[in-house]
Structures are given as structure tokens and as C-alpha cells.
Design a protein around this ligand. Structure first.
Ligand SMILES: C[S@@+](CC[C@H](N)C(=O)[O-])C[C@H]1O[C@@H](n2cnc3c(N)ncnc32)[C@H](O)[C@@H]1O
Length: 275
């Protein structure tokens, strides 16, 4: 497993994610109690753009502890979730048992997705806070294409890469929505951040991470070069987590920039089909 090699840039990330699993399962952010009571964990943007999944073979990449995978299972999909965190996969299986939902969970890195999760999927799905953990989008896209059957599609909803460039330490809200960092940065970027996005009261012990700043152009080009035809690329002025201080709630699902700030793209969604 990637955690054993100290030279592996993913080792620090894995240690951090392993620590976060229990914290997230117990957090208000992930709403596990509401999920168990029957609520979906999927937000309206994803639900409207992905369409009917009933009867479809669906692979969820970077599934964390399985909430979205199990939400798709509840909608009638034959769902498989994949994540490299053993703790996350164990929690996902436990949640499946507790809710009586039928889904398969696979412990693997993204670069072994096709090998470990198999092929012939109608839909490959991933969302919110995934791409910055991946060193190589060409390998990612090739795995997606290999997992899909011809005619099947890939769907992603993700934070916009422009977020990396915005000031998040400005003195005023307006300052936080100014560009102060490069949009183009070679990775990995080493972060030392003990803050947990889902449980701000917690200080993480494994606070280092290695992250890659992929541009929107890189994402689309990797998918195209892997043989997928992009059917839409939508940019949105809302996001499911408050990435920049001063963001306000748009509604129960999304955060947006405050009125005083410029209207910038904060997230995007793509559907791309294997031809
Ligand atoms: C923000 S979470 C997943 C997003 C999901 N929307 C959520 O909030 O539950 C990112 C996930 O990516 C997983 N991950 C990070 N790097 C990975 C890799 N190289 N291969 C597979 N999984 C990885 C982590 O274990 C974590 O569960």
C-alpha cells in the first residue's frame, strides 16, 4: 500500500485521509445520521446533470467512506466505490451493512482503477475535492476510459482550479476574491495544514499533504486524449464547501461569494462519453 514508502508523495496524503475518516463519519458536514434516515448525500447539481442511474453499472472514484456510492445504490444503480484509504473502505462497507444497501467497495489507488474495479461500466463518477490528490491526469483519464464501456459516460463535479489562485488570507472579504497566486503551478505543492474542512474544531496530527494544481485545460485535454468526447463543461458560481473565507450560504447545499465580491467560477462539471 502507498503508506509504506516514505518517498512516495501519496504516503502523506494517505496518512492524512486515514486520520480524517472517523472525524468525517462523526461530523455534521457529512450528515451520516440524515443519510441513514433516507436522505441522499448527492447535491441537486449532480442529481440533475447525471440523470437516471437505475439499473446502470456505476463506478465512483475516490468514494471516501461511501456516502455518494450508497446514495446511487439507493437510486437503483449497481454501484462500486473505489478509494485508496483502507479505513474509508472499511467504513463504507459498514455503512452498507447498516443501511442494507447493496454496493461493492474496492481499495485501490486511481492508477490501478481499471485493474482493481474492472471494466464495462455505464457511468464513472467522481466529485468535490478529488483532482488535487492525483499526480497524473493522463493516467487518471486512461483508467476512466478503460473502465467505461463504449457509449458509457464519465461525470465530474469539482472545485474550480481558479480557487487556488485566490487570496484566502485577505483583510477584507473583497480582498479574498482577488487573484494573488499563480494559476499555473507545477506539482506537487507541499501543504502543512492541520485544519479539517469538515470539522474545524479538530487539529489533525497528520497535517502534511502533497497536492497538484491541475488547470481546467489539463482536465479536458486528458479526457479528450484518453478517447472521451466532452459533451458539456459547465462553470458554476457556487461550491459545496466554503473554500474562501467570507463565502456565504447560497442555500442548504452550496456556498457562494459574498455580494461585494466579483462573480467568479467556483466549480465546474463535465460529462464526457467514451466513443
Ligand atoms: C474529498 S474526498 C472525496 C470526495 C467526496 N466528494 C467526499 O467528500 O466524500 C477525497 C478522497 O480521495 C481519496 N484519495 C486521495 N488520493 C487518492 C488516490 N491516489 N487514489 C484513490 N483515492 C484517493 C481519499 O482517500 C479521499 O477519500
Amino acid at each position: 500500500m502507498s503508506g509504506k514508502n516514505p518517498d512516495d508523495p501519496l504516503a502523506a496524503n494517505l496518512a492524512r485521509w486515514e486520520e480524517q475518516v472517523d472525524i468525517h463519519v462523526g461530523s455534521d458536514f457529512y450528515r451520516v445520521k440524515e443519510f441513514k434516515a433516507g436522505e441522499t448525500s448527492l447535491d441537486p447539481l449532480i442529481l440533475s446533470e447525471i440523470g437516471d442511474v437505475a439499473g446502470k453499472r456505476l463506478l465512483h472514484l475516490q468514494c471516501h467512506f461511501g456516502l455518494d456510492t450508497l446514495s446511487f445504490a439507493r437510486m437503483g444503480a449497481e454501484a462500486t466505490g473505489l478509494d485508496f484509504s483502507p479505513k474509508a473502505i472499511a467504513e463504507a462497507r459498514k455503512l452498507a451493512t447498516e443501511t442494507g444497501l447493496n454496493a461493492r467497495f474496492v481499495e485501490a489507488r486511481i492508477d490501478a482503477a481499471a485493474e482493481k474495479a474492472g471494466t464495462g461500466y455505464d457511468i464513472v463518477f467522481t466529485s468535490w475535492g478529488v483532482l488535487m490528490w492525483l499526480p497524473d491526469l493522463d493516467i487518471w483519464a486512461r483508467n476512466i476510459a478503460a473502465c467505461l464501456k463504449p457509449g458509457g459516460f464519465f461525470y465530474i463535479a469539482e472545485g474550480h482550479p481558479l480557487l487556488w489562485a485566490l487570496d484566502d488570507e485577505g483583510a477584507t472579504i473583497e480582498e479574498n476574491f482577488r487573484i494573488v497566486r499563480s494559476y499555473f503551478l507545477d506539482g506537487p505543492q507541499r501543504w502543512e495544514n492541520a485544519h479539517d474542512y469538515a470539522e474545524p474544531s479538530v487539529t489533525l496530527t497528520h497535517f502534511s499533504s502533497n497536492e497538484w494544481q491541475h488547470t481546467l485545460g489539463e482536465v479536458v485535454t486528458a479526457l479528450a486524449e484518453a478517447g472521451l468526447r466532452v459533451e458539456f463543461l459547465h462553470e458554476h458560481d457556487k461550491l459545496v464547501w466554503p473554500a474562501v473565507p467570507g463565502m456565504t450560504r447560497a442555500d442548504e447545499h452550496y456556498f457562494m461569494a459574498p455580494e461585494a465580491a466579483p462573480r467568479l467560477p467556483l466549480s465546474y462539471s463535465i460529462r464526457a462519453r467514451r466513443v
